[in-house]
Design a protein around this ligand. Structure first.
Ligand code: GLC
Length: 557
């Protein structure tokens, strides 16, 4: 594949969860100034772009995914001028910048929602959101049975008797995407940021914008309703994957919105691109987001949701490449992000299961982090050798595990409260990352910080810091650096195709032209590598041509 193909077909994009990346002003929360100071690190890591989680003005009910002003930076993170400087400096380092856009909902403090509350039932202001009367004789029942992704009903009742829809927290009212104002406003917001030089957007909850016009109740769940020891409950892993017509996820009409957005991106010079956060039931449904005149790319969550299993992963890889290839789109692989348990902790579970879209991942048993880290190293080499682009979630390159023992009184994710303290939420993957030193804040905040990091860092993270790993050839960080360097230099890597080599079922091996082979050993025994001229990179020692269990190697052939 010629290197003249647009950058986003093969980019490695680093996800910056800005609250937890680097804190320059010492308030315990990451900020734009901190990110700017770490651009040389990102350059030396060798990534092509950064995706920055929402940095807009927000009351932070969901850490920025509740936006009150899409054209302003929240003072916690900095100023618009600093954001503009960041974009310019990143470009100077050869790093593209992709902010997050949140179109499914606003904050309840957004001027539109405040106006809607003030204007009352039946007003045109309320039309921009989803307000409805309740059910039952006095309207005391919610309009339908939809549930919030954070737990509890997806509806909140106002003192005037009306209910409003929020697929997430009550502070995140859903917009009405049938309304022309909403469509125009978001196109204008895109232009505002494109004009400031951003290279694209990550689209939050891209599959959720359009709701069934009649807001019907949810379809029956695939699992049997009657639970109990005798209920014939199929484990998730065994269920065939099929698309279920759903009243608010992945409705066909959503693609009209993105065709219009694509036109907006195309108004600007350079290759601007979108990546959709779309949790789709099947690869075909995901491919619909990136066909023809739609979006450029979409996260491949099937890869992330797979267990550590050669057969499952191979099926996901084949299906994804086939479905995306059929519409001319590249794949974008992802192992971790700010919403899911970090993958060394997932892969360190005895039963490493696949789970389904729009469901929280629930771990079984305790993690074996040595095992999980070994697999995470192999997974990185697998991901970075596959055709297409890839995402790295900050801290993944340090091998950070999920922090599973955060004290309950420190938990901040709205999921914790909304679930009635049954789901600890996503804080465990959002702990501020360690840069240097032997004790918290590990260089995340300056020495003279006025506040501790917003989530406590584990006492044993000194060895995982950037400083500790730099120059240590056995570290996760140096593995990522080497892999990214090879990926940039090797003509076989990035966009293109692969050919499977013949292997036992528990080993994956594929070739890419010219002269490259990736082998991953999922089996419990040693595996003899195919003929090669040299080992370019391996996740652990390769002796006598044998690859150990849970290891991967890149070969020159
Ligand atoms: C997306 C984000 C998640 C956020 C939610 C609501 O799933 O990734 O962090 O809470 O949308 O905006």
């Amino acid at each position: 594949m010629p290197r003249t193909a647009p950058w986003w077909r093969s980019a490695v994009i680093y996800q910056v969860y800005i609250r937890s990346f680097a804190d320059a002003n010492g308030d315990g929360v990451g900020d734009i100034a901190g990110l700017r100071s770490r651009l040389p690190y990102l350059r030396s890591l060798g990534v092509d772009a950064i995706w920055i989680n929402p940095w807009y003005r927000s009351p932070m009910a969901d850490h920025g995914y509740d936006v009150a002003d899409y054209r302003a930076i929240d003072p916690l993170f900095g100023t618009l001028a600093e954001a503009e400087q960041l974009i310019e400096e990143a470009h100077r380092h050869g790093i593209r910048v992709i902010p997050d856009i949140v179109p499914n909902h606003t904050s309840d403090q957004h001027p539109w929602f405040r106006a809607a509350l003030a204007a009352g039932p039946g007003s045109p202001e309320r039309d921009r959101y989803v307000f409805r009367p309740g059910r039952g004789p006095s309207g005391a029942e919610p309009p339908n049975d939809w549930v919030s992704c954070f737990g509890g009903p997806a509806w909140t009742r106002l003192p005037d008797g009306q209910w409003y829809l929020h697929l997430f927290a009550p502070q995140q009212p859903d917009l009405n995407w049938q309304h022309a104002d909403v469509r125009q406003e978001f196109e204008s917001i895109l232009r505002f940021w494109f004009a400031r030089g951003v290279d694209g957007f990550r689209i939050d909850v891209a599959h959720g914008l359009v709701k069934h016009p009649e807001l019907p109740d949810l379809p029956p769940r695939r699992e049997p309703a009657v639970l109990g020891p005798l209920a014939p409950r199929e484990p998730v892993d065994e269920q065939p994957r099929q698309h279920v017509d759903h009243p608010h996820w992945d409705r066909d009409e959503v693609h009209d919105i993105y065709r219009a957005w694509r036109k907006v991106a195309d108004e600007f010079p350079g290759d601007r691109s979108f990546v959709a956060e779309a949790w789709a039931d099947t690869p075909e449904r995901l491919a619909a987001y990136v066909r023809g005149d739609g979006l450029h790319t979409a996260f491949n969550f099937d890869f992330l949701m797979s267990g550590w299993d050669a057969k499952d992963l191979r099926a996901v890889i084949d299906d994804s490449l086939a479905m995306l290839g059929a519409v001319g789109a590249p794949a974008t692989w992802v192992l971790s992000n700010h919403d899911v348990m970090r993958h060394p902790s997932r892969y360190g579970r005895e039963r490493v299961k696949r789970w389904t879209a729009n469901e929280p991942y629930r771990p079984d048993g305790a993690a074996d982090l040595e095992l999980g880290t070994r697999r995470a190293r192999a997974a990185a080499l697998l991901m970075l050798a596959l055709p297409g682009g890839a995402y790295i979630y900050q801290g993944e390159e340090l091998g950070l595990p999920e922090v599973e023992d955060l004290p309950e009184d420190m938990l901040q994710d709205p999921v914790w409260e909304r679930s009635g303290h049954t789901d600890r939420g996503r804080d465990g993957c959002r702990v501020p990352i360690p840069w240097s030193g032997k004790a918290a804040p590990y260089g995340f905040s300056p020495a003279a910080a006025s506040a501790a990091p917003w989530l406590p860092q584990p006492a044993d993270w000194g060895g995982l810091s950037v400083e500790a790993q730099t120059g240590d050839g056995t570290s996760m960080l140096e593995l990522y650096r080497s892999a990214l360097r090879l990926r940039r230099e090797h003509p076989a890597l990035g966009d293109g195709s692969l050919t499977w080599l013949e292997t036992p079922e528990a080993v994956l091996a594929f070739g890419r032209d010219p002269g490259f082979v990736c082998v991953v050993n999922f089996s419990a025994g040693m595996y003899r590598l195919p003929a090669h001229t040299s080992v370019l990179l391996a996740s652990g020692p390769v002796e006598n041509g044998l690859l150990a269990p849970d290891h991967a190697a890149w070969l020159a052939v």
